[in-house]
Write a protein that binds this ligand. Structure first.
Ligand code: NAP
Length: 337
């Protein structure tokens, strides 16, 4: 067994949107596995926007990740050594490994990966994992769209958005995806959105109004202040809003504010999303979304990078809206083919 492994550490705490130089690949020591531990090889690593808040010390009650520390993160991994009777060598598992090639973990902290035939294991990091559960929970607990209602989804082509829009369509709603640039319009349409609005276009509010003549019944907010303001000013009476992602605030913009007058006029209900509150939905979520993936009614849209050294640049691209789908990094050679 190696006594070091390659890992990505924080080189400096990002100031505003993260840059590749905020991260550095180094060798870190790795301890030998003891009783009830396993050694895993990271195959595919998930990159998620919450990490930006974590690096800045602003993610819920979590402690900040200081310079020099390995960046946290979840992976699909292969067990390469086991000191546990519960987890065999060769098992494919989901684990909080951090951005590294090898990790030593308690066997109890890894869980088996199970995906339908024909669906890549990495779906456990996207539609079948935390982003998919976020979309599912927002759909069934916050937005509850009915047939014919109008649902607006921010970050429409991302890890959460690509699932949320599809669930709303299946409920018979009209769906409007919001994207950051014109190159994502066709992508959003291919995911099934009825209408697509480019939030950075000068006339985007007019475009939103044209796309939703009866106003907006449900809004999954994952975006910036200007997008939130534009949609909230166009809510229908009885609207439901799920506040899910405040990406500009995560990147250092001032705290997001709500237009109380518009919400009051719409008699709107505003929900705050924290996906961990909805763990009880995980089994339903996986059943439902796995069936959609298995029958190819839901597209697995991955923005896949290769090699641990690409993780910093991939994260910078994600946090500035240059991703197309769920961002993952194929770390092991076996997963890069
Ligand atoms: N509350 C929770 O429990 C929870 C759980 C999971 C995710 N989230 C949040 O949900 C959001 C989506 O997560 P995800 O993993 O699916 O990420 P993602 O959508 O794949 O990527 C982030 C997207 O944010 C969009 N964006 C909107 N305004 C932006 C701005 N001002 N600057 C940069 N990007 C901007 C970009 O898309 P466009 O450029 O196309 O708009 C970018 O692609 C994130 O904000 C995340 O933190 C929250």
């Amino acid at each position: 067994m190696n006594d070091v492994t390659r890992a990505v550490v924080v080189a400096r705490t990002p100031d505003g949107p993260p840059a590749p130089e905020d991260f550095e690949v180094v060798e870190v020591p790795i301890a030998a596995a003891v009783e009830d531990q396993v050694v895993v090889r990271v195959d595919v690593l998930s990159l998620d926007p919450y990490l930006r808040s974590l690096l800045g010390g602003a993610h819920l009650d979590d402690p900040p990740v200081a310079p020099g520390q390995v960046v946290p993160g979840r992976s699909v991994a292969t067990v390469v050594e086991s000191r546990s009777t519960e987890v065999p060598v060769g098992a494919t598992v989901l684990a909080e490994t951090g951005w590294r090639e090898l990790a030593v973990l308690p066997a109890a902290a890894v869980s088996p990966v199970s995906v339908p035939d024909g669906v890549p294991d990495s779906a456990m990091l996207g539609p079948l994992g935390m982003p998919g559960l976020t979309a599912y929970a927002a759909h069934v607990r916050h937005l509850t769209p009915g047939a014919g209602e109008t649902v607006v989804v921010g970050s429409a082509t991302g890890g959460v958005g690509s699932v949320a829009g599809h669930l709303a369509s299946l409920a018979g709603a009209r769906t409007i995806g919001i994207v950051g640039n014109a190159t994502k319009v066709e992508l959003a349409r291919s995911l099934g959105y009825d209408e697509v609005v480019v939030r950075t276009a000068p006339d985007w509010v007019e475009a939103l109004h044209a796309a939703s003549p009866d106003r907006v019944d449900c809004y999954l907010h994952m975006g910036d202040q200007a997008t939130l303001d534009g949609v909230v000013e166009h809510l229908a009476v009885g609207a439901r809003v799920s506040l899910c992602g405040l990406i500009d605030q995560s990147n250092g913009a001032p705290p997001t504010r709500l237009r109380a007058g518009a919400l009051m006029a719409a008699r709107a209900t505003v929900h705050g999303m924290v996906v961990h509150d909805h763990a009880d939905l995980a089994a339903d979520h996986v059943d439902r979304v796995a069936a959609l993936l298995a029958t190819r009614r839901l597209t697995l849209l991955e923005d896949r990078y290769s090699g641990l050294e690409s993780a910093g640049a991939a994260f910078a691209a994600l946090m500035s809206g240059r991703n197309r789908g769920k961002v993952v990094v194929a770390v092991s050679k076996e997963s890069q083919s």
